[in-house]
Design a protein around this ligand. Structure first.
Ligand SMILES: [Zn+2]
Length: 282
């Protein structure tokens, strides 16, 4: 099963960097979301491909036409919070308010119930797993925030499933569609999104996709925007990760969509036999 998702945010919503953190700073950067969305739509429409869009509430509040466009073109949406902050830097009340606001905004614009969620930077980890309780209270049924490997921010290396699973926490159940990995010499290697996707030659991406039973593709509008300005304050490592492979990403995605069958979250959750997935107690 291969799932295709996009996190809908601006090119400057880069985490772990002091100059791209606040609303005040975001106002300094140019608007690129509309042209970047057009690029994604044209790729998807060319391949008659469905996908799920995890939208930032801030995008919905600032550019509601972006969300309306996604809905009118027949795609489903989920929440990616309102303000794109790292969840482990928020307290439970801040997290609740931020997610609740995004759900209300997205529901108002789309007329759809918001049931899917992904945390910015996969920032639900062992120390802030309380987030799952709040997500359930807010009506989220399927989470896709688990990155079951170590990572510069976020990551849940103790989560022992890179496949659809059910999280049990404090007597509650939530369906989880984590990011997938392949074990290379016993170490998890992520390849289905962001910088990892852009960095990897297509032949390897194809090989890994053929040999992994479950793929969670996670891409962003900026992954395909080779004209985006360079944010000078980024560390060298972040800069490499943010800008590598932008030019070839469109062709790579097109090949991926031609060679493999992908589906959106709604289709995937109907296909999965939830009685027989791993149950992960947190
Ligand atoms: Zn994000």
């Amino acid at each position: 099963m291969n799932i295709l998702t996009f996190d809908i945010e601006e090119w400057f919503h880069i985490l772990d960097n002091e100059s791209t953190k606040t609303l005040h700073q975001w106002k300094n950067y140019e608007v690129r979301i509309h042209e970047n969305m057009e690029r994604i739509f044209s790729i998807l429409e060319k391949h008659n491909q469905k996908a799920t869009f995890y939208c930032l509430g801030w995008i919905a509040e600032t550019y509601p036409e972006v969300i309306r466009d996604i809905i009118e073109r027949g795609y489903e949406i989920g929440s990616h919070t309102t303000m794109h902050q790292l969840v482990y830097e928020q307290n439970p009340e801040e997290f609740r308010k931020d997610v609740d606001r995004s759900i209300k905004t997205l529901e108002d614009i789309s007329g759809q119930k918001i049931k899917y969620f992904r945390a910015p930077g996969f920032s639900i980890k062992e120390e802030n797993k309380w987030a799952f309780e709040i997500l359930l209270e807010l009506g989220i049924e399927v989470d896709s925030s688990i990155f079951p490997a170590a990572r510069s921010h976020g990551g849940f290396p103790s989560y022992k499933s890179a496949k659809p699973s059910i999280i049990k926490y404090n007597g509650l159940d939530i369906k989880e569609l984590p990011i997938n990995y392949t074990l290379i010499l016993g170490k998890p290697m992520i390849f289905s999104g962001g910088g990892y996707f852009r960095l990897m030659p297509y032949s390897i991406l194809k090989y890994l996709t053929e040999n992994t039973g479950y793929i969670m593709g996670y891409l962003h509008p900026r992954d395909f925007d080779s004209n985006q300005p360079i944010i000078k304050e980024l560390s060298l490592t972040r800069r490499f990760k943010s800008y590598v492979g932008l030019k070839s990403a469109t062709i790579k995605l097109e090949k991926w969509l031609s060679d493999f069958e992908f589906m959106d979250i709604g289709t995937a959750i109907n296909k999965i036999d939830w009685e027989n997935v791993p149950i992960i107690e947190l």
